[in-house]
Design a binder for this molecule. Structure first.
Ligand SMILES: *[C@@H]1O[C@H](CO)[C@@H](O)[C@H](O)[C@H]1NC(C)=O
Ligand SMILES: *[C@@H]1O[C@H](CO)[C@@H](O)[C@H](O)[C@H]1NC(C)=O
Ligand SMILES: *[C@@H]1O[C@H](CO)[C@@H](O)[C@H](O)[C@H]1NC(C)=O
Ligand SMILES: *[C@@H]1O[C@H](CO)[C@@H](O)[C@H](O)[C@H]1NC(C)=O
Ligand SMILES: *[C@@H]1O[C@H](CO)[C@@H](O)[C@H](O)[C@H]1NC(C)=O
Length: 507
């Protein structure tokens, strides 16, 4: 009896060992590089504003034509990318520490379960350089000593995007930078630190590298060699450019149409400057690609490219910002190249930035997904398995306000923000620019449905198939049955958690 038992368990052990070894050989963990830009939209810039990125990533990989963000503002969106959660679950509501951005609740409860900690547990070497969360590194948020868990090598920017005159936390120690292009231009610093990290890697350990650039966020400072590019470009005159946003929520209706000539000049100049800053990102993508190739690591490395939110320049006469629920502010690029991805392909599936964390964890070989992730892995789409991934994307936004708006003091105490003289005091945000939206798309029909928390209980509804520019709010004319289905879907998703957020049902 005893002999038989030992023999059986030996056999089982042997089988498990053999299976494990075979599995390890067959599925080598891939490396992952994630390039995240700041404020890069798709509606105005299009899918290919950077020629090298287009050639090396898009033409060699898959372009997602329908990638959206959970919130059209830096800190909430970045919190979603890192946590795999919607705003109502990670509770980073706005760009200030009080609103959760790198605040105590984030640092104690959410950040310790960010996707990178799971990659670390799978044996990855992890590297971060660039902008993290807008409030990172200040005294009030724990200073530069706070290095988020899971990162082996950390070069985190203190505060919000800039190109010169900043501090980095280099593994918890402050490193100050001035304004010498060669030594300090932040996109290039991120580029060079990334290459240094890559030169220490080998096939023996998988790695995850996140390069998070200030481009193309304000103050839109291009590298000196690119200052003269695109002299003839203008901000695209989309169908909603310089058009009054009638039947929309208060903030949009308040914007004066037509915009003044000097505002339009500024808008065009900002478009050119934004585009120029992306040329340094393009160089970085090429540098990383060439380095991986030279080190023979390219074939086992995924390169992801995305942005934290979109941007508008004159749409509905709003001069220069994000924060709105329209396509121009919530649509961002997503391009992926890597093992098993067919070159030069596109996907029409709707994906959202909470899906990035589960996808990274899935690709790392981890069994199962952390239960708190609201997103879903889109690895199957990367590997050409077509299936309807999700029908509904949730967008949540909490409007910001300031007691005082110094450049436009007539608006002090009015719950407004982002009011500047150069834009003729057309404010870009207000406390009641607070909303929840769903974007529904089952390929036959597509709607956007938004509820605002304002005194008018404003509802905006767009038939995106008939009206992709969102010119006509059909809240008052749409069939009641459609509205009630959309209302229910939004109500359900606004409270969802984990798997409950995986909505792939038709209306
Ligand atoms: C950086 O700081 C230097 C020295 O204070 C200043 O002259 C320069 O204008 C600043 N540059 C930028 C882009 O902020
Ligand atoms: C900028 O840095 C480079 C490289 O370190 C150096 O050669 C150059 O002298 C610096 N320029 C200025 C104006 O300090
Ligand atoms: C990629 O696809 C596009 C559109 O189908 C085509 O025009 C282009 O030539 C292709 N590029 C490459 C490098 O195959
Ligand atoms: C951010 O959110 C917090 C908490 O909801 C709020 O107190 C604060 O006023 C908001 N910040 C801005 C700039 O609106
Ligand atoms: C929105 O807020 C502004 C500024 O506080 C106020 O003037 C306006 O009446 C509000 N509108 C709605 C619909 O709540």
């Amino acid at each position: 009896m005893a002999g038989a038992l030992i023999w059986t368990s030996l056999c089982v052990t042997f089988v498990i060992l053999a299976f494990n070894t075979a599995w390890t050989f067959q599925t080598k963990q891939p490396n992952i590089v994630f390039v995240l830009t700041d404020d890069q939209d798709v509606v105005l810039f299009g899918q290919q504003p950077m020629p090298k990125t287009h050639k090396l990533l898009t033409e060699q990989g898959i372009l997602f034509k329908n990638m959206f963000v959970s919130s059209p503002l830096c800190c909430p969106s970045r919190a979603s990318i890192l946590s795999g959660q919607f705003v109502h679950n990670h509770n980073t509501h706005n760009n200030s520490a009080l609103g959760g951005c790198s605040g105590p609740a984030w640092q104690n409860q959410v950040e310790p379960k960010a996707f990178v900690t799971y990659l670390k547990a799978e044996g990855y070497r992890t590297f971060f350089a660039g902008k993290y969360l807008n409030q990172y590194g200040f005294k009030r948020t724990g200073g530069v000593e706070h290095v988020p868990p899971g990162w082996d090598e950390w070069h985190g920017l203190v505060g919000n995007s800039v190109y010169y005159n900043y501090s980095l936390s280099v593994n918890g120690v402050e490193e100050k930078h001035g304004n010498n292009y060669t030594e300090d231009y932040l996109t290039d610093v991120i580029h060079h630190r990334g290459l240094e990290f890559l030169s220490q890697q080998s096939e023996r350990h998988p790695f995850f590298m996140m390069l998070s650039t200030p481009s193309c966020h304000a103050p839109f400072t291009p590298a000196p060699q690119y200052e003269k590019e695109f002299q003839n470009e203008k901000a695209p005159r989309t169908k909603s450019f310089n058009v009054h946003g009638k039947d929309k929520h208060w903030l949009v209706e308040a914007a004066a149409t037509p915009m003044a000539d000097d505002v339009i000049n500024l808008v065009d100049n900002n478009y050119r400057q934004r585009h120029r800053t992306l040329l340094s990102v393009d160089d970085m993508v090429e540098g990383v690609y060439n380095k991986l190739k030279a080190m023979d690591l390219l074939d086992n490395t995924y390169i992801f490219f995305s942005s934290d939110n979109g941007f508008h320049l004159g749409q509905f006469s709003l001069p220069n910002d994000k924060r709105q629920p329209y396509e121009f502010d919530i649509r961002v690029p997503l391009i992926v190249r890597g093992p098993g991805i067919k070159p030069n392909t596109t996907s029409e599936e709707s994906v959202t930035n909470v899906d990035l964390a589960p996808t990274f964890v899935d690709l790392s070989g981890s069994k199962g997904q952390p239960h708190q992730f609201d997103g879903m892995s889109f690895a199957r789409i990367l590997h050409s398995e077509t299936h309807q991934f999700r029908s509904t994307v949730l967008v949540e936004y909490y409007g910001e306000e300031a007691d005082k708006v110094p450049e436009c003091p007539q608006f002090n105490g009015q719950h407004l923000e982002g009011c500047y003289k150069r834009f003729h005091c057309i404010c870009q945000d207000s406390k009641n620019n607070t909303y929840g939206c769903i974007r529904y798309d089952n390929s036959k029909e597509s709607f956007k449905f938004c509820e605002f928390q304002d005194t008018a209980n404003t509802i905006e509804v767009y038939d995106l198939k008939a009206d992709p520019d969102e010119l006509t709010n059909i809240a008052k004319t749409a069939p009641p049955q459609l509205l009630s289905k959309l209302t229910d879907k939004l109500a359900k998703l606004s409270l969802c958690k984990g798997k409950g957020c995986h909505d792939n049902t038709d209306l």
